[in-house]
Design a protein around this ligand. Structure first.
Ligand code: EPZ
Length: 431
């Protein structure tokens, strides 16, 4: 098994290119099932989650080509309607097959994705949305069975206890684009990844109004056609690199990220005193003296502060004089990074949905475990500010969402290398 060995690093210096967004690419790949013509996607990140989604799509019948790195060409001529448990259980985003299979075949059988370390991952809103489109939806033996023989556009409200649902919105939009009649989605997710999906669907011939707003109106069409589309930049990868620069007081330009994709995040960093220079689609983090200021932050649906950058902000705030309160409103127990940061010497208390971060802590390297994809990234950022070595095990979590993570960071001068767990000091190996 691979591990990361990370040592105190910085100041990081140089330029880093942001890759394509994982959370856009996954629904975009699922959307290729909506036509029997070829769809070519470019700027697709090379991640285990992507390879996994492609495996599921070929399992249901897609012809898949990968003519060059980052380019995938898919043609869903003949399809079966079943996405089996042994494939779906490994990646929650495979739930995005529900909408396209329902729309294209008028039936679907998709295993219910399991929970994960950040908490239960219900899909009740996805199913409610399909039922509102006059589909028969039933759950038996851990599978969602959809009979869409009488599918019909209609009003759908997608608000849940934590706001809207990103992949739920993706599923209902993908079901509605081929459903006869008009579908009006209220409380649709506005994340850039949903906008990117809608833009692909319009290129394929779908009729969607209100893209980027919480109200989407979709006129169903008979058929969609093939096209080419480039995946938007990964705002979460970009935010992770920006924190890597800030926590090491570096001078780093993160390239190829439209700043409007990171509004709330950049606003919070500026509030803390991180010097940022926006140059078109490049964000430059500048060095600073003294301490940043503590911040209070609440994660919210877009355009609020993204939950996927909460752990990274936590890591940064451990190095800031004062008390920061970071509240997680999307996944209330998304704090797997906290016990590991505490082992490195951070002073963080969890009070309900909030992490109370008291800084600045002197962090020291420790053997830690990766868990949630983003929590794992936060541990690496903290390790850059820690004395000594930090060994990070189970880094397959990171490989799901960050392409060549250690190479990109090492290119900025970070002391991070990918080794085998056989290289770890024996006493540190996980029991
Ligand atoms: C997407 O997950 C992302 N994943 C997540 O990124 C991200 O954290 C999340 O959106 C929130 O922004 C992908 O896009 C593949 P939700 P998704 O449905 O769609 C509740 C990462 O690190 N909910 O918007 O699964 C749910 O429990 C991953 O890249 C219901 O109650 O998230 C949560 O509290 C992690 N019922 C909230 O809504 C439902 O039917 C938001 O979930 C669906 C969701």
């Amino acid at each position: 098994m691979d591990v990361f060995k990370v040592s105190r690093s910085g100041p990081l210096k140089g330029e880093i290119e942001v890759g394509g967004a994982k959370n856009a690419a996954l629904p975009l790949l699922a959307a290729t099932l909506l036509t029997d013509e070829a769809v070519t996607l470019r700027n697709v990140p090379d991640l285990s989650d992507i390879r996994f989604m492609v495996e599921i799509l070929s399992h249901v019948g897609s012809e898949v080509e990968n003519p060059e790195p980052g380019v995938w060409k898919l043609k869903a001529a003949e399809l079966t309607h079943i996405a089996p448990y042994e494939l779906v259980r490994k990646m929650r985003a495979s739930v995005c097959l529900l909408g396209p299979l329902t729309a294209r075949l008028r039936k679907a059988e998709v295993s219910i994705p399991g929970g994960c370390v950040i908490g239960p991952r219900p899909i009740d809103l996805h199913l409610k949305g399909l039922a509102k489109l006059n589909c028969e939806v039933e759950i038996t033996n851990g599978y969602v069975h959809v009979d869409a023989s009488k599918i019909q556009g209609g009003p759908v409200f997608l608000g849940g206890r934590s706001g809207s649902t990103v992949t739920g919105t993706a599923n209902i939009v993908m079901a509605a684009v081929l459903a006869p009649g008009t579908t009006r989605i209220e409380c649709a997710a506005c994340e850039p990844e949903v906008v990117d999906l809608c833009n692909l669907l319009v290129k394929m011939g779908a009729k969607i109004e209100g893209i980027g707003s919480p109200e989407l109106t979709i006129e169903g069409v008979e058929k969609l056609h093939g096209c080419e589309h480039s995946v938007i930049a990964d705002r979460i990868e970009a935010g992770t690199f920006i924190v890597a620069a800030a926590i090491t007081r570096g001078d780093v330009t993160v390239k190829g990220i439209p700043p409007n994709l990171l509004g709330a995040f950049l606003d919070k960093l500026e509030e803390s005193g991180v010097p940022l220079k926006i140059e078109g689609d490049n964000i430059r983090v500048l060095p600073y003296e003294g301490s940043l200021k503590p911040v209070d932050c609440i994660t919210l649906p877009y355009p609020g502060f993204p939950t996927d950058l909460q752990a990274q902000l936590c890591a940064l705030m451990t190095q800031v004089e004062g008390i920061s309160i970071i509240t997680e409103r999307i996944y209330p127990n998304r704090f797997m990074h906290v016990p590991e940061l505490q082992r490195m010497g951070a002073d963080i208390a969890i009070e309900g949905p909030s992490a109370i971060v008291k800084g600045a802590s002197k962090l020291s390297g420790a053997p830690v475990m990766a868990s949630d994809l983003r929590a794992s990234a936060a541990l690496i950022l903290a390790a850059f500010a820690a004395t000594g070595e930090t060994w990070i095990q189970r880094i397959y979590h990171l490989d799901r969402g960050y392409e060549r993570f250690e190479q990109k960071l090492a290119g900025l001068g970070a002391k991070i290398e990918r080794l085998s767990d056989k290289d770890m000091p024996k006493e540190l190996l996980e029991a």
